[in-house]
Ligand binder design. Structure first.
Ligand code: CAA
Length: 258
């Protein structure tokens, strides 16, 4: 598949996906979500890539689902085409780490897409919001669930009920983003973090990601039991021996993902 609404670049072991519908502030239409799904699957199948960065433009990460495309849909349309589920969820399914580098607007589906990533680095001009209520609907791509887990009920409810946007500082205070970076340095910083992650043991990263995500899904005791089991499983990999040997020998580990 060739892409028209995203750009896909490989830099060393890192893939950079740039959402690229600038005239529509990267509104997420079917074509873009199909292309993004395809790109994530290609990256997952490409052994040379260890981490992905998803970004937009300085003005907008993404201003939400494409309202012009959605406006005329009926219940039968959205139900029968399995709108959202069919092509929006690959980012939350991929096993490889994904970083969202968010500058400008991340609204509605844009905020939800960022929250599907493993963590969010925010440019200092980032604005996050779930304005769907102003369109007579509610978040449809996990926003009412993920935002509530990130920032707590009161702030999630206020944001979803009013459509108010959070700036980067509020988003960092609330735990939605891991760090704020000057917007002009955002993508380079995200690529550099991704390059470091891409050098680590991939099996360890896979189970790490699964383990942290478990914390959102199961009670604490279950999650800790899961963590213990997958922690034990990593002792079956050469990477565990190499990582610990390298520490003792005061050298950089050479992980082989085995
Ligand atoms: N869908 C379709 N087109 C969009 C869009 C969207 N979500 N957001 C912006 N655009 C388009 C505008 O229609 C405009 O196109 P034209 O030049 O053809 O008129 C262009 O992008 C530029 O936008 P604005 O002129 O509005 O730019 P602005 O700087 O004045 O405002 C903004 C920026 C505050 C982000 C404003 O564009 C806005 O409010 N956008 C809609 C945000 C929104 O409601 N998102 C939620 C969508 S629903 C959803 O996401 C459902 C879900 O949970 C899956």
């Amino acid at each position: 598949m060739s892409y028209e609404t995203i750009l896909l670049e490989e830099r060393g072991a890192v893939a950079l996906i740039t959402l690229n519908r600038p005239k529509a502030l990267n509104a997420l239409n079917k074509q873009l979500m199909d292309e993004l799904t395809d790109a994530i699957r290609r990256i997952e199948a490409n052994d040379a890539i260890g981490c992905t960065v998803i970004t937009g433009s300085e003005k907008a990460f993404a201003a939400g689902a494409d309202i012009k495309e959605m406006q005329s849909k009926t219940y039968a349309d959205v139900m029968m085409e399995d709108f959202i589920t069919a092509n929006w969820e690959e980012v939350s399914r991929t096993r490889k780490p994904v970083i969202a580098a968010v500058a400008g607007y991340a609204l509605g589906g844009g905020c939800e897409l960022a929250m599907m990533c493993d963590f969010i680095l925010a440019g200092d001009n980032a604005r996050f919001g779930q304005p769907e209520i102003q369109l007579g609907v509610i978040p449809g791509s996990g926003g009412s669930q993920r935002l509530t887990r990130f920032v707590g009920k009161s702030k999630a409810m206020e944001m979803c009920m009013t459509g108010r946007m959070m700036d980067a500082e509020e988003a960092e205070r609330a735990g939605l983003v891991s760090r704020i970076i000057p917007t002009e340095d955002l993508v380079e910083e995200a690529m550099s973090v991704a390059a470091k992650i891409a050098e680590l043991s991939r099996p360890a990263l896979f189970v790490l990601k699964e383990s942290v995500n478990r914390a959102y899904e199961v009670p604490m005791a279950e999650g800790i039991r899961f963590e213990r089991r997958v922690f034990h499983s990593l002792f079956a990999f050469d990477d565990q021996t190499e990582g610990m040997e390298a520490f003792i020998e005061k050298r950089t580990p050479q992980f082989k993902n085995k």
